[in-house]
Design a protein around this ligand. Structure first.
Ligand code: GLU
Length: 496
């Protein structure tokens, strides 16, 4: 069987992180089976669907390296893959179902149905349509034709009619879900449900079946939130006598508290992650691991490696928790492994400082490449670029034996040491740091102080904050002139 999958978002919001995972798994499955992936837009909800969202979804995926082989995004017959343009097709199939006697018009009014629902509720009975408008199962084709013509006349005269699927009684239907295994249901669990609000207004379950059939989809891979729709869709397939595609329902993505991933608890639009400085490769890699255990516990994958190792039958049944720590870790891995010149490009985009010495900027970038999880983390380290005001008393630390006198001694002696120290940037960063360390250990011994009494005040005044890189690394990054400037700034504060 040739593999053909589809990705069919509803364009009612910006590209969502869960949507990408669904699309990614479809894409990987298609590519590893030399198959095709179709993109179509389920935009029948006219109030909520917009072209802008459709474009955001398609361009967002393209940006991540995921593209379609057919349908939207290919520049060929794109319009035919918007459900809003497929009305005539659905109508034809609806008429087919009506003429085959597998569907019928229902003239029950909303008030009538609501009253029945209310009545059932009061008696504790689950509501099911009672089949009031269901014609006899034994109509022959001329009777059916007459029935349809009469119904159409009533509609023309102003009555409203929905279209319901005729469900056979007490049939057991089985299907195999490639993730969840065998699933079966009894047709008695369903009433004659509505498949179209009118001949021109087909509903989701109906349009999906028609599109998947017409587009010759072999595998339907989608979120678990659609599993309750699957039996209804299978009943529609059966009514048409279409052969069934394979189904695979992917585990939901959950917030850390195990509720369904939501805007309130997590950012869900990929644009938010990109603008925070997450890399697209890292986002894709992270989503790939959401719901799937890779062999050998390897965790970093390029898109082509994903195509190789993805295995639909190894996708988890249980929900997949969206673990920010893991995303940060994966992103940091990509940053560490990035070529320096590329890193520098991203890095410069984050920075608003002008007139920074080129070599100084480069040193900051070298340091940050090993420090940050995402590019926006750079804003936590702005002290590298310039010193911000702080309170000298904050350096006092009784436990370490650091009082104002010790701070002064530490800074005056550190200043001398740095002044006499020749930072040769032709040497390796490590060598420079080690040489500094040697010098400071000797100084600390000579002063008969403890490490913290000298190094803590120095680290604080070089950064102006209590959490920063190590002191020797700071001196390396700031350089002699800037280090001296910052120590003098602190000595001035001490005199006030
Ligand atoms: N349009 C549906 C959604 O965005 C997908 C339907 C399906 O995959 O069958 O959730």
């Amino acid at each position: 069987m040739s593999v053909k999958v589809r990705f069919c978002p509803s364009p009612t919001g910006l590209l969502h992180i869960g949507t990408i995972r669904t699309c990614l798994y479809n894409f990987l499955f298609a590519k590893q089976n030399n198959g095709k992936i179709v993109f179509r837009m389920e935009d029948t909800d006219k109030n909520r669907s917009t072209k802008k969202y459709a474009e955001n979804i398609i361009s967002g995926l393209k940006n991540l390296g995921i593209y379609s082989d057919e349908g939207i995004g290919t520049d060929k017959d794109e319009n035919l893959y918007y459900q809003s343009n497929r009305g005539e097709i659905y109508k034809k199939y609806l008429l087919d179902l009506l003429y085959s006697g597998n569907a019928y018009f229902c003239f029950c009014t909303k008030e009538e149905l609501d009253a029945k629902k209310e009545n059932n509720k009061n008696n504790g009975i689950a509501y099911k349509y009672d089949g009031k408008c269901r014609p006899s199962d034994n109509q022959d084709s001329s009777e059916i034709k007459k029935y349809i013509e009469e119904s159409e006349k009533r509609i023309k005269n102003g009555e409203n009619a929905t279209i319901r699927l005729k469900i056979n009684k007490n049939e057991r239907i089985k299907f195999n879900d490639l993730v969840r295994g065998d699933i079966s249901f009894n047709t008695d669990d369903f009433d004659d449900f509505i498949i179209a609000k009118s001949i021109n207004e087909p509903l989701y379950n109906f349009t999906v079946v028609i599109d998947d059939y017409e587009m010759k989809i072999s595998h339907i891979i989608r979120g678990e939130d659609h599993i309750t729709n699957t039996p209804k869709q299978i009943l529609i397939y059966k009514a048409f006598n279409f052969s069934l595609p394979e189904f695979a329902h992917l585990p939901l993505i959950l917030n850390e508290d195990k509720t369904k991933l939501s805007k309130r608890k997590n950012k869900v639009s990929v644009d938010d992650y990109l603008s925070e400085g997450y890399l697209k490769e890292a986002i894709l890699n992270f989503l790939f691991l959401l719901g799937f255990n890779t062999p050998d516990e390897k965790e970093i994958f390029s898109l082509s490696e994903m195509i190789e190792v993805f295995n639909l039958s190894k996708v988890h049944k249980g929900g997949a928790v969206f673990d920010m720590k893991k995303l940060n870790w994966i992103n940091s891995k990509y940053i560490r492994d990035m070529e320096f010149s590329k890193f520098l490009e991203y890095f410069k985009e984050e920075i608003t400082f002008n007139n920074i010495d080129k070599d100084f900027l480069k040193r900051i970038a070298i340091l940050e490449k090993e420090r940050i999880n995402k590019f926006s983390d750079i804003k936590d380290d702005l002290f590298l670029f310039e010193i911000f005001d702080y309170n000298i008393e904050d350096i006092i630390n009784e436990k370490m034996g650091v009082d104002l006198n010790i701070i002064k001694t530490s800074l005056e002696n550190s200043l001398k040491l740095i002044n006499n120290f020749d930072i040769d940037y032709n040497l390796d960063k490590n060598i420079i740091e080690n040489n500094l360390k040697e010098g400071f250990i000797k100084l600390i011994n000579d002063l008969d102080l403890k490490n913290g009494q000298v190094l803590w005040p120095l680290r604080y005044v070089l950064s102006g904050v209590d959490k920063s890189p190590g002191v020797f690394e700071l001196i390396w990054v700031l350089g002699k002139e800037e280090s001296i400037k910052r120590i003098n700034f602190a000595l001035n504060l001490l005199q006030k």
